[in-house]
Design a protein around this ligand. Structure first.
Ligand code: NI
Length: 138
């Protein structure tokens, strides 16, 4: 077995509490095992060849009161209109909006669009769920 290295991770208490509840829910033995699973999942996703066609949905929760955020998110989707198939906006409650965006494109493009949207200031949480059709786009 390869040598293991220890490293420490800083995170806020809320994220840590959510992580620990995930550890329990999934029956991981400990935090290290859970973190290794998460890292493996992320790496597998990145190993998709860049020109494989993937279809995915991006789910965003964001602050309704944040000025110009809706416009900014819409502008990003217009920039990548060729990959964005559809989007749905839900006014979750007084403060929060939920947006679900369906996409089809190369793994590179879909990942880039997801990263851009999720990293936009004011977005509280974002995930990309994706699968491949097995088709190559060249
Ligand atoms: Ni809304």
């Amino acid at each position: 077995m390869a040598e293991t290295t220890r490293f420490s991770v800083s995170m806020d208490a809320e994220l840590l509490a959510r992580f620990e509840s995930r550890v329990r829910r999934r029956g991981n033995k400990n935090r290290s095992e859970a973190l290794r699973d998460i890292i493996r999942e992320a790496l597998v996703r990145e190993e998709w060849a860049g020109n494989d066609e993937i279809v995915g949905t991006i789910t965003l929760v964001y602050d309704h009161h944040r000025r110009e955020l809706t416009d900014r998110l819409t502008k990003i989707q217009h920039r990548y209109h060729a990959a964005v198939l559809s989007s749905m906006h839900v006014h979750l409650d007084h403060d929060n909006c939920l947006e679900v965006i369906a996409l089809r494109g190369t793994a590179n493009d879909v990942q880039r669009i997801a990263d851009t949207l999720i990293a936009t200031r004011g977005v509280k949480h974002g995930t990309l769920a994706a699968t491949t059709t097995g088709k190559k786009i060249s």
